[in-house]
Write a protein that binds this ligand. Structure first.
Ligand SMILES: Nc1ncnc2c1ncn2[C@@H]1O[C@H](COP(=O)(O)OP(=O)(O)O)[C@@H](O)[C@H]1O
Ligand SMILES: [Mg+2]
Length: 295
């Protein structure tokens, strides 16, 4: 578990003495000590209104890596596409989903929680029904706070809750930001990666002002980084210029192992446990623990 420490950077052939892809020296984050007590959970929303940037992949892989370190992890599928549920191989039809919780059709949050094949990793699934939520909730009292209210009774059961947001800044995402302590923004290392991020940061600021004073931007995670291409390096350089220390040192390399793992319905950490991509997400888990953003 501790051998493949430099994750995405290792993919790119970096060596431990050289600066990492973010321009800072590559540090190794210590193996986190086991937790003596669990909960209450810190809630982290994975947000970016651009699709295909690695939100779902990061939710699955980071969740599984934190679970390997003995953290009790709950992931929430908050995208009607249901890719998180499929990626973890759990049923999302004919079972209570997050939609039933939001609408009050299921009032016991625990009844919507499912175990996954990964110990310590639980999920609340979603399916296409969730696409009707924005319309159904629009006249609800405190409609932005519904997810926060639904999660409250189970926060003590977990160390961390990860919310996999849909690619939009609509009411569901505002619910996720209102329920969250921190926000993690995955950014694909491609041209136009930064387009829209200012609007996302503005949305987080508004939610902090009006609904949830606690929410903060935990970090920007560079994904799908390919050190062989000049533009990947240029994009990452620009992201660091704009966001500085908010850019996490861990960078996720581009590899076909991720789509392969989602087809298999398993996290990369069990699908290809020795692949550097699994190591990269373990490093991300250790970095977030070292930053104090996860217990
Ligand atoms: N680091 C990566 N390298 C290569 N492909 C990736 C990587 N991360 C994610 N993918 C693939 O890219 C696609 C979009 O990723 P996904 O996590 O679903 O993004 P989002 O949830 O932001 O829409 C998926 O097919 C996924 O398997
Ligand atoms: Mg997704």
């Amino acid at each position: 578990m501790s051998g493949d420490t430099h994750g995405g950077a290792e993919l790119a052939g970096f060596d431990a003495l050289m600066p990492g892809p973010t321009g800072r020296p590559l540090r190794d984050f210590p193996e986190p000590p086991a937790l003596a007590n669990h909960g209450p959970a810190r809630v982290i929303a994975l947000c970016n209104q651009k699709g295909g940037v690695g939100k779902t992949t990061t939710t699955i892989s980071l969740g599984a890596a934190l679970a390997e370190y003995g953290r009790k992890v709950l992931v929430i599928d908050f995208d009607p596409q249901g890719a998180l549920s499929a990626g973890l191989g759990v049923p999302s039809h004919d079972v209570p989903t997050v939609y039933d919780l939001l609408l009050g059709r299921e009032t016991d949050t625990r009844k919507a929680v499912q175990a996954t094949a990964t110990p310590n990793l639980h999920i609340i699934p979603a399916n296409i029904d969730l696409s009707a939520a924005e319309v159904h909730l629009v006249n609800e009292v405190a409609r932005e706070q519904i997810l926060a209210r639904v999660l409250r009774p189970i926060l003590d059961d977990y160390d961390v809750v990860l919310i996999d947001c849909q690619p939009s800044l609509g009411l569901l995402t505002v619910n996720a930001l209102t329920a969250a302590h921190g926000v993690l923004i995955p950014l694909e290392c491609e041209y136009f990666a930064l387009r829209g991020v200012a609007l996302l940061v503005e949305t987080i600021d508004k939610v902090r002002d009006r609904l949830n004073p606690a929410v903060q931007l935990d970090g920007i995670l560079a994904t799908m980084y390919d050190a062989r291409t000049l533009h990947s390096r240029e994009v990452l350089e620009r992201v660091v210029e704009v966001f500085g220390e908010k850019v996490l040192e861990t960078v996720i390399g581009r590899t076909v192992k991720f789509p392969d793992a989602s087809v298999a319905g398993a996290p990369i950490t069990t699908f290809a446990p020795d692949h550097p991509a699994a190591g990269a997400y373990r490093q991300l888990a250790r970095e977030l623990i070292a930053r104090g953003q996860v217990a």
